[in-house]
Design a protein around this ligand. Structure first.
Ligand SMILES: Cc1ncc(C[n+]2csc(CCOP(=O)(O)OP(=O)(O)O)c2C)c(N)n1
Ligand SMILES: [Mg+2]
Length: 590
């Protein structure tokens, strides 16, 4: 009896807000990105007590805060927490939940909630978060009793990181944050991950041995550096040509001879044509989703071209395209297992060489009209990027300049919203710089996306980090203008923008501003921005006529269709726009 009592941990009474702060620390969360609210004052107070172990990053906008937490999770493969207030705060923050869900990123979002006793009265800022977030999040719950905080936070971690990682939303009833309870912290549990079945690996090797034109599609989240290296060993060892999923380009070293480019919005039309020639698809981590498969047109659904699909979540395997072989496995565990297999004798050396030469041809810079050739600027940027640089991107046509012309190297990271959310890049860069202060962090955004969350740069100043933002200024919501010109030529509606002086904008915060109008100005401007050591904005004044890396507005008006997001099966644009929208014309990606 005495012995049993001695073993029992001594439990100090704590207030709910403090229990939550301790629960986060116990689960290994070390960053919280937040905009404060009176709905979670007690948690903010609890965070004060653990400030040595858990960094509270105060943000300017909830969309910024949740995107920062998402980017942190994308870079680390483990979640950060975001905290927002009830009602309006939750609404602003919802975009980050959508990014995390579609991008398979682990994330915990805590939302202050009204007092439980007022539930259902339409109280001030009251929202039912289970209903609001259920289609957006992997799991939504609410904590109504302080004694259940450690249990629920621990389980939220399990849900966020397991299978297909994703966001968990946890509402915090106001009064339970104030209750004093005696409850122990729950330790962090490492759940054993799924490993590939050895028989499936043997089958994979046999299928590869029979192939003449295999092609890998690398995607998914939570890859470790060692996992990326191991999958690289396997793919290089077998000389399999490698593509990457939409905005997953840095999963593979682009300088290697078997890298063929990325699949997604704005991909090289030559590469897309070649994918259809493949006789074996190795989809490793990729969900073979909408963007990667060019609107589900790239592969056929019945699987006449065999697909091997590897994913940590069995319910994602065969969701649209029926695989010949599905392997449920943690991606890093899979990578290590296949790296240990004896390579097959590849009969496809010419096929790999052909795909690589397509990539090299796509990277050759055309003689673009205008004083600033962004193709050349991107090739110069490639040389200026440090070996471990982190590049964040936004949604928009501008992103094609980097993906077409830059081969990211092993050690570099390139992250962006695969769900096409504008306003992601600047918050993501701030989070990246907070997570990795020693690394060069470059944000890329269009003039539209930059002004959605560009004010978040104040957070960079507040927390003493200095990302460099490249603003691709074409004075318009260019992507939508592209769709307009293709479908309703010459009828510009709602896509023109009037911009501030972006260099003065950052200077007003105390940062470094540059405006680049000539190709030759790019490298010196970039160097000055790096040397300034301050948050910087480099405005790239584009030729607005060059609407994509492959098409001008005149091309689109003339019906030339080598532009991003063109669906091969889509009908030609109507000459005289009709008021009725078809399903296919309504479905466009940004
Ligand atoms: C949050 C959000 N709002 C709207 C859209 C629709 N959309 C996709 S791209 C785009 C225009 C982007 O403009 P900009 O950032 O200037 O980049 P550009 O296309 O001009 O290169 C819009 C409005 C979106 N994807 N996300
Ligand atoms: Mg623009």
């Amino acid at each position: 009896m005495e012995l049993a009592q001695a073993r029992k941990p001594r439990i100090t009474p704590r207030v709910g807000g403090r229990v939550l702060a301790d629960a986060l620390v116990a689960q290994g969360i070390d960053h919280v990105f937040a905009v404060p609210g009176e709905s979670y004052l007690d948690v903010l107070d609890g965070l004060y007590d653990v400030r040595q172990k858990l960094k509270l990053v105060t943000c300017r906008f909830e969309a910024g805060a949740v995107n920062m937490a998402e980017a942190f999770g994308k870079l680390h493969g483990r979640p950060a927490a975001a905290m927002v207030t009830r009602g309006p705060g939750a609404c602003h923050g919802a975009i980050g939940v959508h990014v995390a869900m579609q991008d398979s990123t682990p994330l915990l979002l805590f939302v202050g909630q009204i007092p439980h006793e007022d539930a259902g009265r339409d109280a001030f800022q009251e929202v039912d978060y289970r209903r609001m977030f259920s289609p957006l999040a992997k799991w939504v719950t609410q904590i109504d009793q302080a004694k259940r905080i450690p249990e629920i936070v621990a389980h939220a971690m399990d849900v966020a990181v397991s299978g297909r990682p994703g966001p968990v939303v946890i509402a915090l009833s106001e009064e339970m944050q104030k209750h004093i309870v005696e409850v122990p912290d729950v330790p962090r549990v490492r759940v054993a991950v799924a490993h590939p079945d050895p028989a499936a690996l043997a089958q994979l090797r046999a299928m590869l041995g029979r192939a003449r034109k295999p092609l890998a599609v690398l995607g998914g989240s939570c890859w470790t550096h060692a996992g990326r290296a191991a999958i690289g060993d396997f793919l290089r060892g077998n000389n399999v040509p490698v593509t990457t999923g939409f905005r997953r380009q840095a999963l593979y070293d682009g300088t290697l001879d078997n890298f063929a480019g990325d699949l997604g919005v704005g991909s090289d039309p030559g590469l897309i044509g070649k994918v259809k020639e493949a006789d074996l698809i190795l989809a490793i981590g990729s969900r073979l989703g909408d963007a990667v498969t060019q609107g589900y047109t790239l592969l056929d659904m019945v699987g006449s071209v065999p697909i091997v699909q590897v994913h940590p979540d069995g319910s994602e395997i065969g969701r649209v395209f029926r695989p010949a072989l599905g392997i449920v496995s943690d991606l890093n565990a899979f990578a290590h297992a296949v790296a240990a297999l004896e390579p097959v004798q590849p009969s496809w050396t010419d096929w790999t060489r052909e795909l690589r030469s397509l990539r090299e041809a796509a990277r050759a810079v055309p003689n673009y009209q205008g004083s600033l050739n962004l193709g050349i600027a991107m090739r110069e940027l490639e040389a200026l990027l440090e070996p471990d640089a982190i590049i964040t991107t936004d949604a928009g046509n501008f992103s094609g300049w980097a993906t077409r012309f830059i081969n990211f190297r092993d050690g570099q990271r390139y992250i962006g919203p695969t769900n096409g959310a504008m306003g992601y890049s600047v918050p993501a860069a701030i989070a990246a710089k907070i997570a990795f202060p020693e690394r060069m962090v470059i944000s890329m955004a269009g003039d539209g996306g930059f002004l959605m969350t560009g004010q978040e740069i104040a957070t960079a100043f507040h927390h003493g980090v200095a990302p460099i933002v490249l603003v691709f200024n074409n004075q318009m919501y260019g992507t939508i203008r592209m769709h307009q010109e293709r479908t309703y030529p010459g009828r510009v509606s709602g896509t023109a923008l009037t911009n501030p002086d972006f260099a003065k904008f950052i200077e007003a915060f105390g940062g470094h501003g540059e405006v680049v109008t000539e190709t030759a100005d790019f490298t010196p401007a970039f160097r000055r921005a790096v040397q300034s050591g301050r948050p910087a904005v480099i405005e790239l004044r584009m030729n607005p006529e060059q609407i994509t890396t492959r098409a001008t507005i005149a091309d689109l008006r003339a019906g030339k269709r080598a532009a991003p997001a063109a669906k091969p099966k889509r009908a030609a644009p109507p000459k005289h726009p009709k008021p009725v929208r078809t399903a296919s014309s309504a479905k466009k990606r940004g």
